[in-house]
Design a protein around this ligand. Structure first.
Ligand SMILES: *Cc1c(COP(=O)(O)O)cnc(C)c1O
Length: 410
């Protein structure tokens, strides 16, 4: 589906009016990606629930909700965001290992579709909260299928030692307990084995186990209707195609052939990752004996993926400079050695004020930002053809200071 090219006039207008650093998202690309995935999954009639944690901007959730997409949320905050964006409650699934009773109560009040429960302790708590309200909570059990997603260690979630889900062989005991409890109705199984998966084989392994446990539970007499296949489909940070929805859907169809389960998926990164860029300006260039550093106005607090996951984001000068291409580290102003956005990239000579574009920053970019070093959260912009809007204004230092309170006894 190619790169997101910000139209030149829009880019000039954004940098002039909004400044840098700024995240810029493409509405067209998000729509195109959603439609491509929805088309590929149509024969499977799988529900699509956007994983809000990938990019929780209200404009992004609203855009996807308008296309008919549901939401996968992992906190009470994300639940509130999804509802405020107009996602119908019955298209919301709630995942996460640490749902509090207050979060459960809010989700029950909203009438969400299903809770993906991740432990026996959570099952007991959910049943209590539902009983106190006189309602019945629909739930799926998140199982841990013990497969290696072959992705970065910090985003693999389906190995036995990870904190997520319940070991798949414990599912029958879990369903027995759920059946004995008032206030809950267990109707599904879910998996999510990791993020940024570039191969289909680990999925296949997990889905074969999921189907077989689903069938086993049915044979035991449980009402097992739904298999939630999770998210995790990767994107190619080098600009290639990455795993294709059609191939993913064909694999699912093959694994589920002849089985009669409702299916659901929870894509995050795949829908929005390539649809965003981070624009940053060069502050200085510095040439030392061993290294060339390009110091820019974006930093690890704005985009943490390079230092947290050793992630690779392509970086390009907006105005292709000619002279002197040499390897450089692109770093931010934050006082941390880990504050880099890219290392050893061949870039032309850069002058103060030159613009750089960091690609594929639409997922796990702005949502993971912090205000470390008293750096206000950066602006976010949504481009739609030749229209654009600031969908999050830049925070100011005054906003930051105003968040704190100084007790009068100091
Ligand atoms: C993070 C997450 C997703 C989405 O992962 P992506 O890699 O962005 O597709 C889906 N489901 C659950 C339960 C998650 O925690």
């Amino acid at each position: 589906m190619g790169n997101f090219e910000v139209p030149a006039a829009t880019l000039a207008a954004i940098t002039e009016r909004v400044g840098t650093p700024v995240y810029v998202y493409s509405a067209d690309m998000i729509r195109a990606r959603y439609r491509a995935l929805a088309d590929a999954l149509a024969p499977l009639r799988a529900g699509i629930h956007y994983a809000v944690k990938a990019n929780g901007n209200q404009a992004v959730i609203t855009l996807l909700a308008k296309l008919g997409c549901g939401a996968d949320v992992v906190s009470g905050g994300e639940l509130a965001r999804a509802l405020a964006a107009g996602v119908p409650a019955d298209r919301i699934v709630f995942a996460g290992v640490g749902k509090t009773r207050d979060e459960m109560a809010a989700a029950l009040d909203a009438g969400i579709h299903i809770f993906n429960v991740e432990s026996e302790a959570e099952l007991e708590a959910l049943a209590e909260v539902a009983r106190a309200k006189g309602v019945v909570a629909r739930l799926g059990l998140r199982v841990n299928p013990d497969v290696d997603a072959r992705t970065h260690a910090k985003i693999t979630t389906g190995k036995a030692e990870n904190k997520f889900g319940v070991a798949i062989e414990r599912a029958p005991a879990f369903f027995a307990r759920a059946q004995a409890l008032d206030g809950v109705r267990a109707i599904g199984l879910s998996v999510h084995i990791g993020s940024q998966l570039m191969e289909l084989a680990p999925y296949r392994e997990a889905y074969v186990r999921l189907r077989s446990m689903g069938e086993h539970l049915r044979a035991e007499g449980y009402e097992l209707r739904l298999l939630d296949l999770g998210g995790g489909l990767g994107i190619d940070y080098d600009g290639g195609d990455g795993p294709r929805p059609a191939d993913y859907a064909a694999m699912v169809a093959e694994v589920m052939m002849g089985a009669d389960f409702e299916l659901a998926v929870e894509p995050g990164r795949w829908l929005v990752g390539t649809a965003g860029v981070l624009l940053t300006r060069v502050i200085y260039e510095k040439r030392g004996a061993a290294k060339r550093h390009v110091i820019v106005d974006a930093a690890m607090n704005d985009l943490i993926r390079p230092t947290l996951y050793e992630a690779h984001h392509r970086i390009e000068p907006v105005a292709p400079g000619a002279a002197d291409p040499l390897p450089a580290d692109v770093v931010g102003p934050v006082c941390e050695t880990g504050d880099y956005l890219a290392r050893d990239r061949v870039l032309p000579a850069m002058a103060s004020g030159d613009l750089l574009l960091i690609r594929d920053a639409g997922a796990y970019g702005a949502v993971m930002a912090s205000t470390y070093n008293a750096r206000p959260l950066v602006a976010e912009v949504l481009v739609d053809g030749d229209r654009w809007a600031e969908v999050r204004p830049r925070q100011t230092v005054e906003d930051l200071i105003a968040l704190d309170r100084v007790p009068d006894w100091i």
